[in-house]
Design a protein around this ligand. Structure first.
Ligand code: TTP
Ligand code: MG
Length: 399
């Protein structure tokens, strides 16, 4: 089952302020160069879309009401929603801030079947938060996501296994979760436009053109997907944070200040959950959205902010930047759980561990970044847009 809130940020704002209900509103970020993060369905009728700048949005809908987003409200709602899903199954994957996958295979009979669960969830959310959501039910998450996408807003749709083929036959490939515009263009060049055509395409042709994902693409065209619901209790494979910068930056020292901030977020999260990792990766996105990730292997497992930072900054040092940077991500992977270890023999290492423990304790008590590294010099505080990789627990699970 896939549950996705309708116009999430806008719906939350309309609930918080009754004057906004039933009106065309758009939620923006807090920085100067902000864009529309979402628009209420009343505003969508006028063509207001996610990603538009304020000028374009006002042009499409002159009486549009703009509301500055408040991430705390959305993350709080998300955590509360997760508790609701957990009443129906322990296997809940919070995939993004407003979207979750529920594996109800072994629990649906306890609640009167899949549809009954969908109806209950919609009602509980409406009663509790006043917001609508759309529920998709299917044999796997690829089709459940599709069922939700095509039933928005305020929908509920169950696609049974025998109907999958018929629904996919004339559906454009880009409608499928995970097939972006780049892949769909490359498929179009091969004469493949619909999922039906993709499912019938030759596996060797797809493998030749797309490498190992070729086979997966064919299966997707057939509506087959074996990706399980990865519930947040499971061991993480990596811990990462990324942020869209308030403005594009080209200055390396400024980029490094953000890398330090992200390394501290990753390190602190890893220390809190007692994980260490042996690989550090840096992700950068240019303004034209080209994104790349480079990785380095540490000599030993670590969760120290400065080790993470130094490795990520070293990666940056080896990259020749062709443009300014729009988004930065830092990730610690190849993770293992820390065993209580002997204190280090070296005084300097012991002191360093103590220092990190104290910093974490202060920040846990008084809030993030209350005690921080001097070199962390951010011009604007907390203007990053919530990335799609956001998790309530801050731990990113790779599919
Ligand atoms: P979505 O589920 O993609 O959109 P939505 O809930 O607003 O609308 P829909 O009814 O079509 O599901 O995203 C969830 C929230 O995430 C959205 O309300 C705002 C935020 N968001 C961003 O901040 N930036 C983005 O680029 C996108 C797509 C969403
Ligand atoms: Mg949504």
């Amino acid at each position: 089952m896939c549950v996705d809130m309708d116009a999430f940020f806008a719906s939350v704002e309309q609930q918080a302020n009754p004057h906004l209900r039933g009106k065309p509103i758009a939620v923006t970020g807090s920085s100067a160069r902000t864009v529309i993060t979402t628009a209420s369905y009343e505003a969508r009728k006028f063509g207001v879309k996610t990603g538009m700048n304020i000028y374009e949005a006002k042009k499409a809908c002159p009486h549009l009401i703009l509301v500055t987003g408040d991430n705390e409200k959305y993350t709080h709602t998300c955590k509360e929603l997760t508790k609701i899903y957990n009443r129906f199954t322990p296997d809940v994957e919070v995939y993004s801030i407003d979207e979750a996958f529920l594996d109800i295979t072994t629990t649906h009979h306890l609640f009167g079947g899949p549809e009954a669960i969908g109806i209950s969830i919609k009602k509980i959310i409406k009663d509790r938060f006043g917001i609508n959501c759309t529920v998709g039910i299917a044999p796997n998450i690829l089709i459940a996501k599709l069922a939700s996408d095509i039933s928005k807003p305020d929908g509920l749709r169950w696609i049974r296994i025998e109907n999958v083929e018929g629904i996919l036959e004339n559906l454009l490939v880009k409608e499928l979760w995970g097939i972006g515009s780049k892949i769909s263009e490359r498929l179009a060049a091969l004469g493949i436009k619909t999922c039906g055509e993709l499912g019938r395409a030759s596996a060797s042709l797809l493998r030749n053109r797309f490498g190992i994902i070729g086979e997966t693409l064919k299966l997707m065209g057939m509506g087959i997907c074996s990706r399980p619901v990865i519930s947040d209790e499971e061991e993480p494979k990596s811990i990462g944070h990324s942020m869209t910068l308030p403005k594009n930056i080209g200055d390396r020292d400024e980029i490094k200040a953000y890398i330090l901030k992200l390394s501290e977020m990753v390190g602190r999260r890893a220390r809190r959950y007692r994980y260490s990792g042996r690989k550090v990766s840096l992700t950068l996105r240019y303004p034209d959205f080209e994104t790349f990730t480079k990785q380095t292997t540490l000599s030993q497992y670590a969760n120290d902010t400065h080790i993470i930072y130094k490795s990520a900054a070293d990666i940056l040092g080896r990259i020749r930047l062709r443009d300014k940077i729009r988004l930065i991500g830092v990730c610690l992977s190849d993770i293992k759980t820390d065993k209580p270890s002997q204190p280090s023999l070296f005084e300097i290492e012991r002191r360093r561990k103590e220092l990190l423990n104290i910093m974490d304790a202060v920040n846990d008590r008084y809030g993030d970044f209350k005690l921080t590294w001097a070199s962390y010099i951010m011009q604007e505080k907390d203007t990053g847009v919530i990335s799609p990789a956001w998790r309530p627990a801050g731990i990113r699970l790779f599919a």
